[in-house]
Design a protein around this ligand. Structure first.
Ligand code: GTP
Length: 356
């Protein structure tokens, strides 16, 4: 089985974290997200992954150098963004000769791709869309379908659930199986969205959808990125981290002062340092080589590699970028600092997103 994975987007909603790193390279539990996705594809029996890149492709290339055994990764780079369908076409033409998986490269999940593939074959479908249930449909593309899974219509980001039937609502999970004939429907050399342009054209012509109820979260906003990290550490999604609700995962090379308090679920990665009197957790990841100074508190947050939180600072529901600095006594709430950015000593930030 071949999988085309879309990783070319700029991740604008996650700026400034994505100013110098594509979203799929950002860490979940200290591991580049794309590596967790490759784990999952290997487990589903995928043997070749075509990474459809555009934005900062070299960072992706570097991140997939050590792919899981049995998976070959080919990196394909667009000169300009082609949209989800255009990117699939550009990556797949000449490289697939049968039904293939196509995935958004920013969804943390553990549903079985094998089940989607099996349903596609069993139905003799032209295209199959994996669905996930949500309680609030307003941020998603709702897929209205009959009891047999035949897609009837799409409702993109509805303002409310009026006319959509009872909860839960089933939304496009960003995982598809496509027959190569779908590629012929995608115009070349311009931006084309598979959700908005191609799937609507296939309604009534072999387009089915398949329910799956495993963990599912796209990591595209600050809130969902933080939640995805917390869920991985807490084991709410199955990953190589082997997390659990009560997990206090401390790498052997990290140094945690005896007077620091760690509150589960929490992960302290290799080479990280936590000072005396610091309180770290719950729902927190301290990345490789990051430091939390004496008496600082960090909760519901992610420190990327090399980030520093100085003494007496407070970080809550925030992401602190690579080598970024939160100065002494600073308070950072619901904010994201990008690589090398800083909150000055004593500064208070709430809901802050700094440009470059
Ligand atoms: P935002 O700018 O925050 O919306 O993020 P994004 O650029 O990642 O867009 P979105 O979340 O809609 O994209 C879903 C997935 O498709 C992500 O994994 C993107 O990397 C990928 N993607 C989106 N547009 C393109 C594109 O034009 N080319 C390629 N190759 N991938 C794309």
């Amino acid at each position: 089985m071949i999988a085309v994975v879309l990783v070319g987007g700029e991740g604008t909603r996650l700026r400034p974290l994505t100013l110098d790193e594509p979203k799929p390279v950002l860490p979940i539990g200290g591991v580049p997200f794309v590596s967790l996705l490759l784990d999952r594809l290997a487990a589903a029996g995928v043997t070749k992954v075509i990474l459809s890149c555009g934005y900062l492709p070299d960072r992706l290339r570097a991140a997939v150098v050590s792919a899981p055994a049995g998976i070959e990764v080919e990196v394909v780079v667009e000169d300009e963004p082609l949209g989800t369908a255009g990117a699939i076409r550009f990556a797949a033409v000449g490289r697939v000769d049968g039904p293939f998986l196509a995935l958004n490269g920013d969804v943390l999940g553990d549903a079985d791709f094998g089940a989607l593939v099996a349903a596609h074959h069993a139905a003799g479908a032209v295209a199959s869309i994996g669905l996930t249930p949500v309680d609030d449909p307003t941020r998603f593309g709702v897929v209205v379908h009959d009891a047999q899974g035949n897609v009837e219509r799409f409702v993109e980001k509805p303002p409310n659930a009026d006319g959509l039937g009872p909860a839960p609502w089933w939304v496009n999970a960003g995982a598809y199986v496509l027959d190569p004939s779908v590629l012929d429907l995608i115009p070349a050399d311009r931006m084309v969205s598979i959700e908005r342009e191609i799937f609507p054209e296939l309604v009534g012509r072999g387009l089915i959808c398949v329910h799956s109820d495993g963990y599912w979260r796209d990591i595209g906003t600050l809130e969902s990125f933080l939640t995805a990290n917390a869920d991985a550490v807490a084991g709410r999604v199955h990953t190589r981290l082997g997390g659990a609700d009560a997990a206090i995962l401390v790498d052997g090379s990290a140094r945690v002062d005896a007077d620091a308090v760690l509150i589960a679920p929490v992960l302290i990665a290799a080479g990280a340092v936590v000072g005396a009197g610091a309180r770290v957790g719950p729902d927190t990841v301290i990345g490789e080589g990051a430091t939390v100074g004496p008496n600082a508190t960090v909760q519901g947050s992610v420190l990327l590699a090399g980030a520093q939180v100085a003494a007496d600072a407070h970080v809550e529901r925030s992401a602190i970028g690579r080598n970024a600095l939160v100065g002494e006594r600073a308070h950072v709430l619901d904010s994201a600092l990008g690589t090398d950015q800083a909150a000055s000593a004593g500064e208070h930030l709430t809901g802050e997103r700094r440009p470059a």
